[in-house]
Design a binder for this molecule. Structure first.
Ligand SMILES: *Cc1c(COP(=O)(O)O)cnc(C)c1O
Length: 352
C-alpha cells in the first residue's frame, strides 16, 4: 500500500537506479565511467589547504572563485555560469524551473535515464524519440515541440556524438529550452558551447566527475544566458557546493593540462578496447566518450555481465528491452582493459 501522504506520481515511480558502487570488495570498476587516473596533485593540495577551521563557515553560495575561473577557461562571463552539486543537481534545477504537470519534455532514447525520473517528479510528459541503430540524432526530434529538449552529447550509453549542425537546427526550431548534456565532451572532438553565443534558449552542462577525475567531489557547471542562470539560482540550495568541492574544482581548472593528458591516455586505450571487442565478435559504435557500447545483436548480455562480475570486473548492463544485447564498458587503464579482454575470451558464449 502506498503511503497516503506521498504524491501518487512519486509512489508509482521506480526511482533512478545508479550504477553499482559496491563497498564489499575491490573490483576492476568499468561500470560508471569514472576516470581511472587520479585528480591533479594541485587539486589534492587545494583540498588540503582548504581543510582548516574555516570549515565551520558556510561556503560562498555562488562559488564565484570557481565561476570566474570557469569563465576564463570557457570564454564566458561569470553570470553565464551556475555551479551545481554535480551536474545531476543542475539537471534537477532545470526540470523544476521549466516543467509542470502535463508539460512536454522530449529526448532521444535510449539515453541518460535520470531525465525520465526528474520529469516524472514534476508530472511532466516525456516523449522518447527512438535513436536508430547507428545512434544518429533522429530528425523527428525537431518536430516534437517540448518545453525542454535534452540531448546528451556524446550520448550515454552509446558514446556517439551529436552533429553540431543538428544541435544548431534543434536550438533554432525548439519551442523551448535545449539542454546539451556534455558530461563526456572532453573525450569528444567538439563542443556545443558556440551555440551559447547564438541562442538564448541553450543550456550546456559540464561535470568534473569524468574527465577531471572528481566524481567523489560532486561538482558540475551549467552554462547559459544570464537571464536563464538567474532563474535557476532561485531554485538551488543556498550552500549547494561545499568549500572543499569549490577548492577542488577551481584547482582542477587551473591544471587543465593534467585533465587533457589523462583524456589523451584514455582515448588511446579506447582504440585498443574497441579493436579488442571487435576481435571478440562484438559490434561497437565509434565512441566519442570514455566508454563504449559493446553489442551482440539479439543475444542477451546479462549472463556475461554476471560472469564478469564474479571474476571481479564490473561493467554496466541495462535491463531495458533496447539494451539487453549490450554492455557499456568504461575505458579504464591499459591493465584493466587487458584483464577485461582476457576475461571475455574465457567466458563461453551464451547458449540461446
Ligand atoms: C555522469 C553523468 C552526469 C552527471 O554527473 P555528476 O556526477 O552529477 O556531475 C550527467 N549526465 C550524464 C549523461 C552523465 O553520464
Amino acid at each position: 500500500m502506498p503511503l497516503p501522504f506521498i504524491r501518487r506520481n512519486v509512489a508509482s515511480m521506480v526511482g533512478y537506479v545508479p550504477g553499482e558502487q559496491p563497498q564489499d570488495r575491490r573490483y576492476i570498476k568499468l561500470n560508471t565511467n569514472e576516470n581511472p587516473y587520479p585528480p591533479s596533485p594541485r587539486v589534492l593540495d587545494a583540498v588540503r589547504a582548504a581543510t582548516t577551521a574555516d570549515l565551520r563557515l558556510y561556503p560562498d553560495p555562488l562559488a564565484d572563485a570557481l565561476r570566474d575561473r570557469a569563465a576564463t577557461v570557457y570564454g564566458l562571463q561569470r553570470d553565464n555560469i551556475l555551479v551545481g552539486n554535480g551536474s545531476d543537481e543542475l539537471l534537477g534545477l532545470i526540470v523544476r524551473a521549466c516543467v509542470g504537470p502535463g508539460d512536454r519534455v522530449v529526448f532521444p532514447y535510449p539515453t541518460y535515464s535520470l531525465y525520465d525520473t526528474l520529469v516524472a517528479v514534476q508530472e511532466g510528459d516525456v516523449v522518447h524519440v527512438p535513436y536508430p541503430a547507428d545512434f544518429c540524432l533522429p530528425e523527428e526530434l525537431r518536430k516534437v515541440r517540448g518545453r525542454l529538449t535534452f540531448v546528451c552529447h556524446p550520448n550515454s550509453p552509446s558514446g556517439t556524438p551529436a552533429p553540431l549542425e543538428a544541435l544548431r537546427a534543434l536550438a533554432r526550431e525548439a519551442a523551448g529550452v535545449l539542454v546539451v548534456d556534455e558530461a563526456y565532451v572532453d573525450f569528444a572532438e567538439y563542443t556545443a558551447l558556440p551555440l551559447l553565443h547564438e541562442f538564448q534558449n541553450v543550456i550546456v552542462l559540464r561535470t568534473f566527475s569524468k574527465s577531471f577525475s572528481l566524481a567523489g567531489m560532486r561538482v558540475g557547471l551549467a552554462f547559459g544566458a544570464p537571464e536563464m542562470i538567474k532563474e535557476l539560482l532561485k531554485l538551488k540550495d543556498s550552500y549547494n557546493v561545499s568549500r572543499l568541492s569549490i577548492a577542488a574544482a577551481t584547482a582542477a581548472l587551473e591544471d587543465y593540462g593534467w585533465m587533457q593528458e589523462n583524456v589523451a591516455r584514455i582515448r588511446r586505450t579506447r582504440s585498443d578496447l574497441i579493436r579488442g571487442l571487435q576481435e571478440r565478435a562484438f559490434a561497437v559504435l565509434p565512441s566519442a566518450s570514455n566508454f563504449v557500447l559493446a553489442r551482440r545483436p539479439g543475444e542477451s548480455q546479462e549472463s556475461r555481465y554476471l560472469q564478469l562480475k564474479r571474476r571481479g570486473i564490473l561493467v554496466r548492463y541495462f535491463p531495458v528491452p533496447e539494451l539487453r544485447d549490450a554492455l557499456r564498458i568504461t575505458v579504464g587503464t591499459d591493465e584493466e582493459i587487458g584483464a577485461l579482454l582476457r576475461a571475455l575470451e574465457d567466458i563461453a558464449p551464451a547458449t540461446p
